[in-house]
Design a protein around this ligand. Structure first.
Ligand code: T4K
Length: 359
């Protein structure tokens, strides 16, 4: 079976080396030395001033929302993983969806202003599939209305915007290090900010609000991550460039095959160095997308409908209608893409797609 993704695993001895240290120290979690080492490595690699390693990308979003004290409405994208929206609702705010741009698949900045009300407290946008939002346009609107911006950069490890890590943008940027991400710590996530005061508050929030063993300065949560998870990140670090390189060449191989068919490619922000986190295939209609999925599945290949359904159509969250996001959601398929996916497998997958579309 070829799945949409397969987590990267480093050679077992690389991980074992870190486990030996854990056994020696008997220190398993609560801001341990491997967590600190991972945070330092992340800061160095990403050239980012402040990072806090947390339990997962969802807690990262919730901590970001809580830290900024957001209330009322949050303007957000309907084309993302459900965690982007559920975090808003979990924190007692109302998601106000703004439709996406049909080519970048990110929130359409030209539609943000008309959604701002006196209840709006922030903009929360996802850099979908690792492709940066129109950050400059969003920043102009955010400054005009004095709104903080949270970027859900869950897909963005390795993406640069104007030559800097994308995690450096926004009031707070969050990411996920889930096993399915190109850089992972099994479960894990992080929050990034340029503002040391915000970082300090996030660190308190992620540690029950503790300020020393007996004092509490915030109503906190347990957002800590463990030494075992940090160890996986440290072991994986060594391979990050090979992982990024492999995804690029795999994507180019798909590109060559799929040149022959009629489909819409993700339009990458021209200021970006893209990380090739996903390979989305946007077909002309849902019927065609379902036909391709059926044919792939018949050949034991499992693509995914990332992201379906459009989040605004989930009754738990909204009853807004957003035609662009709904249309894209109905006809997008993400093809398998992972480190060990072989060239022969890409040929095989591509041939099946061509056959499904009768080329
Ligand atoms: N914001 C955005 C924009 C996100 O995309 C996400 C997560 C978040 C926030 C929240 O971050 P976290 O709280 O998760 O850190 C997967 C991931 O579970 C999820 O992390 C990710 N986005 C989302 C886009 O994809 P599913 O429901 O597709 O996962 P699942 O279990 O179906 O796995 C996908 C494929 O990977 C399957 O074909 C099986 C394969 N797989 C998976 C795992 C876990 C393996 O082969 N081995 C494994 O260990 O959500």
């Amino acid at each position: 079976m070829i799945l949409v993704t397969k987590p990267f695993l480093p050679p077992q001895e690389d991980y074992q080396k870190y486990l030996d240290g854990i056994w020696d120290r008997n220190w398993l979690t609560n801001n341990g030395p491997l967590v600190n080492e991972l945070e330092l490595k992340l800061k160095e690699y990403l050239h980012t001033p402040h990072v806090l390693y947390v339990t997962n990308g969802t807690i990262a979003l919730q901590i970001a929302i809580k830290t900024l004290g957001l209330k009322g409405e949050i303007i957000t994208t309907p084309f993302s993983y459900v965690a982007t929206t559920s975090s808003i609702v979990w924190e007692g705010c109302k998601p106000v969806f703004v439709d996406i741009d049909a080519y970048s698949l990110n929130i359409d900045p030209s539609k943000i202003e008309e959604a701002i009300t006196d209840q709006t407290s922030a903009i929360l946008a996802t850099h979908v599939f690792g492709n940066p939002c129109d950050i400059d346009a969003i920043e102009i609107i955010a400054n005009k209305y004095k709104l903080p911006v949270i970027y859900d950069a869950a897909h963005c490890f390795g993406t640069l915007y104007k030559g800097r890590s994308i995690f450096n943008y926004g009031t707070i940027s969050t990411t996920s290090f889930h096993a399915t991400k190109l850089f992972h710590t099994v479960e894990g996530g992080a929050v990034f900010t340029q503002d040391s005061t915000l970082l300090k508050k996030m660190a308190f929030l992620a540690n029950f609000g503790h300020h020393g063993p007996t004092d509490f300065v915030e109503v906190g949560i347990n957002g800590k991550n463990s030494e075992f998870h940090a160890a996986m990140g440290l072991a994986n670090f060594k391979y990050i460039q090979s992982i990024l390189d492999a995804r690029k060449s795999q994507s180019l191989q798909y590109d060559k095959w799929l040149d022959a068919i009629h489909w819409q490619r993700l339009e990458i922000n021209t200021d970006a160095d893209f990380n090739f986190a996903y390979y989305p295939l946007i077909l002309e209609d849902e019927e065609t997308a379902l036909k391709v999925i059926k044919e792939l599945e018949a050949n034991r290949i499992s693509p995914r409908r990332y992201f379906y359904p459009s989040l605004n159509t989930i009754p738990l969250y909204s009853s807004q209608s957003l035609p662009v996001s709904e249309s894209i959601s109905s006809r997008v398929i993400c093809l398998p893409l992972y480190f060990t996916l072989s060239s022969e497998e890409i040929d095989f997958i591509s041939r099946i797609i061509l056959r499904a579309l009768k080329y």
